[in-house]
Design a protein around this ligand. Structure first.
Ligand code: ATP
Length: 337
C-alpha cells in the first residue's frame, strides 16, 4: 500500500535559509503523525509542501502514490486547519463550513446537509446561524476543523491548531481530536512545538531541528530512546551524561541519557541494589512543582536533576544524598550534540 504522504529527500530554501533540508519520510495511511520541533525548524513549511502551498526545490513528494509536484492544493485531497482559524467574520458558521463546497459548485441543499454533518462531528450541531464573533475560542477552533472535514479529505493537516487555547481547553481538545481521528480513520498530520501535545496524541512523532528530521518513532520510542542530546532535551528533559561519567557509573563510554524520574534519592551510604548504579552528591537546588519536586544535585563534575514524588521526605540545599538508578535507565546516544 502506498503511504498517505511520501517525502523523498525534499528541500525548500528561502534565500539562504534551508527551511526544509533533505527530508525523507513516509506517513502511513490512517496514522496520527506529529511534527515536533522548535520555532523555525521547518515544520510548517513541510505542512505547506504537503498542502501544495509550497513547491520543493529538490526532492519528490507523493500523496497516495501520486506525484504531488505541480498538483494545485484544491486537487490534493488534503485540507488544512490553521492556527488562526481563518474564518470569514461576515459569514455565519454554516456558511463558513459550506464555503469550500460552494466554490466547488455543490448545490445548496447538499452543501447545507454536509455542513450540518460536519458541525455535528465536532459537537456544534445547531450552531449554523451564529457568527464567528459569537463563539468562544474553542468553538471557533471546532468550526475551522469542521470546515476542513466537510471536504472529506484523506489527509488533514493541522498547524498548531490548539495554540490559541488556554491550557484546560487545550487538554480537552487534545482528547477530542484524538477521538475524532480514530473515528474518521483519516490521516492527521499535526504540527506543534509542544512536546506534551505530540506525545499524548500521536502514533508517531518526527522531531525537527534546523530543517531536518533528527528522529522519528512512537512517542515512547523517542522519549525512552533519544538518539541525541537535542532529542533528549527537547522531548521532556533529561540528564545527558558525558562518556567519562557514564563509564564511571556502570554505563558505556558514550553520551548517555538518564531521565530524572528514573533516579531515586536516598540517604548517603544506603546500599546500592543489584543492577543499579549510583552517584553521591550534594543538593544544590530544590524546585517545588506540585506533583513532583525537582532536585539539582552536584555529583562529581555533573549537575544531575532528579525528581522526587510529592510527599517524599523533605530535603534541603546542602544535604548529602545518594542517587541510585537502574542501569537499564541509562540510554546511550549516537552523539552529544
Ligand atoms: P514555527 O513553529 O515558528 O511555525 P516552523 O518549525 O513551522 O516554526 P517554518 O515556518 O517552516 O518553521 O520556517 C522554517 C524557516 O524558514 C524559518 O527560518 C523561517 O523564517 C523560514 N521561512 C518560512 N517561510 C518563509 C518565507 N515564505 N520566506 C522566507 N523565509 C521563510
Amino acid at each position: 500500500m502506498s503511504p498517505a504522504v511520501r517525502f523523498v529527500n525534499v528541500s525548500r530554501r528561502f534565500g539562504s535559509v534551508r527551511a526544509v533540508d533533505g527530508v525523507t519520510i513516509d506517513i502511513v495511511e490512517g496514522e496520527f503523525f506529529a511534527m515536533l520541533g522548535p520555532s523555525g525548524s521547518g515544520k510548517t513549511t513541510c505542512l505547506r509542501l504537503i498542502a501544495g502551498f509550497e513547491q520543493p526545490d529538490e526532492g519528490h513528494i507523493e500523496i497516495f502514490g501520486e506525484t504531488a509536484e505541480g498538483v494545485p492544493p484544491y486537487r490534493r485531497n488534503v485540507n488544512t486547519v490553521f492556527q488562526d482559524y481563518a474564518l470569514f467574520p461576515h459569514m455565519t458558521v454554516g456558511e463558513n463550513v459550506a464555503y469550500g463546497l460552494m466554490i466547488k459548485g455543490v448545490g445548496r441543499a447538499d452543501r447545507e446537509a454536509k455542513a450540518r454533518d460536519a458541525l455535528a462531528m465536532v459537537k456544534l450541531a445547531g450552531y449554523e446561524e451564529r457568527r464567528p464573533a459569537q463563539l468562544s475560542g474553542g468553538q471557533r477552533q471546532r468550526v475551522a476543523l469542521s470546515r476542513a472535514l466537510v471536504n472529506g479529505p484523506k489527509v488533514l493537516l493541522l498547524d498548531e491548531p490548539l495554540g490559541a487555547l488556554d491550557l484546560k481547553l487545550r487538554e480537552q481538545m487534545q482528547e477530542e481530536l484524538k477521538a475524532l481521528q480514530k473515528e474518521l480513520g483519516i490521516t492527521f498530520v499535526f504540527v506543534t512545538h509542544d512536546q506534551g501535545e505530540a506525545l499524548s496524541m500521536a502514533n508517531r512523532v518526527a522531531i525537527f531541528n534546523e530543517g531536518k528530521i533528527v528522529q522519528v518513532g512512537s512517542p515512547a520510542d523517542v522519549y525512552e530512546r533519544p538518539r541525541s542530546r537535542f532529542v533528549a532535551d527537547f522531548v521532556g528533559s533529561s540528564n545527558v551524561l558525558s562518556p567519562a561519567f557514564a563509564a564511571g557509573h556502570a554505563g558505556a563510554a558514550k553520551w548517555t541519557s538518564l531521565r530524572p524520574e528514573k533516579i531515586g534519592v536516598v540517604p548517603s551510604g544506603t546500599p546500592v541494589p543489584a543492577a543499579h548504579a549510583h552517584a553521591d552528591g550534594e543538593v544544590k537546588t530544590i524546585s517545588y512543582q506540585g506533583a513532583v519536586t525537582r532536585l539539582g544535585v552536584a555529583a562529581e563534575d555533573m549537575r544531575i536533576i532528579a525528581e522526587l514524588p510529592a510527599g517524599a521526605a523533605p530535603l534541603k540545599e546542602g544535604d548529602s544524598v545518594r542517587l541510585i538508578w537502574p542501569r537499564s535507565a541509562m540510554v546511550t546516544m549516537e552523539d552529544g550534540a
